[in-house]
Design a protein around this ligand. Structure first.
Ligand SMILES: [Zn+2]
Length: 311
């Protein structure tokens, strides 16, 4: 049985693809599947993938690897339940002849909530790998050239005998609750009035995730989370590959409700009862993050059901 406290409906954590990491280093298997007409290609360019035109739910454009003239820049994404292999084709030009002319390039942020489980899993991994590749041009040790290895999952420097792997930066995101079970939401200085969210920040070098939750909250709002270990509760994680974050979601509790925003990152913060937040969302005085974000799931987990409106 799954832990009922975990956020099991995170839209970018759906994984209907078997990553089959042990097959990345199997050169013969990789060469064979990269020629197999049954193997499919995800077209990825930074945060965007090629999406089939049409309304309603979104669907990736998946083409056969056999139709590609050049298979030198593929990353292996995994296999589905029918043992079909999937690859990402990195940063093709929009005019690539292998792509249907009516393909739409769409950001994972905008289509992530309407993709199927399989397509969401493929897209998150393809975007993460493409963003890593485009930001890792040279060896970070010696500045030398890198060669792609492990079916797209490593970049090797032969001079240093070092493999560089896709990096994932942990970030914490927290919804804080007080003794009246109100929730603390805030507005970033760059956001329009009314746009509100939970609080987030990167885990620093040498820091635990729980310490980062406490530090970020106090820095940004002056609110000090309670001293007990149970005052910080981990709920679940979601990849956020823009370019390489992993969001660790928490609820936290405090008895100290006085707010002093830093003014640098957070412009304002307020405590909301459930009735107050529902009213504010219905009147559009407050808009919350979209369904694809872990922030909205943390808010709705506290609220108890879906809330209206989004950015
Ligand atoms: Zn090097």
């Amino acid at each position: 049985m799954t832990n009922p406290r975990l956020l099991d409906d995170l839209l970018l954590s759906r994984a209907a693809i078997e990553r089959a990491a042990h097959l990345r280093s199997d050169g013969e298997w990789q060469r064979s599947r990269a020629q197999d007409p049954a193997s499919l290609v995800v077209w990825v360019r930074g945060n965007e993938t090629a999406i089939a035109p049409g309304g309603g739910d979104s669907s990736l454009i998946l083409t056969s690897v056999a139709d590609l003239d050049d298979r030198s820049d593929l990353s292996f994404l995994g296999v589905d339940a029918e043992d079909r292999a999937y690859f990402a084709l990195h940063s093709p030009t929009p005019e690539h002849p292998g792509l249907p002319p009516d393909a739409q390039w769409s950001s994972l942020r905008s289509v992530g909530s309407t993709l199927s489980d399989l397509h969401a899993g493929l897209t998150v991994t393809a975007v993460a790998l493409d963003n890593w590749r485009s930001r890792t041009r040279w060896c970070s040790v010696c500045g030398g050239a890198l060669t792609v290895g492990n079916a797209g999952w490593s970049l090797r420097c032969d001079a240093d005998n070092v493999d560089h792997f896709p990096r994932t930066d942990p970030a914490v995101i927290v919804l804080v609750r007080d003794d009246d079970d109100r929730a603390l939401l805030g507005r970033h200085v760059n956001w329009p009035v009314g746009r509100m969210s939970t609080f987030a920040g990167f885990v620093e070098a040498g820091e635990s995730a729980e310490a980062a939750v406490r530090r970020e909250l106090e820095e940004e709002t002056g609110v000090v989370i309670g001293p007990n270990p149970d005052d910080v509760l981990y709920l679940g994680s979601q990849p956020w590959p823009f370019p390489c974050s992993l969001m660790l979601g928490y609820h936290a509790w405090t008895s100290q409700t006085e707010i002093t925003v830093d003014g640098e990152e957070i412009a304002e913060a307020h405590w909301f009862s459930r009735a107050e937040l529902l009213r504010a969302c219905e009147s559009r005085d407050v808009t919350l993050p979209p369904a694809v974000s872990i922030s909205r799931k943390l808010i709705e987990r506290w609220f108890g059901e879906p809330l209206p409106g989004q950015w």
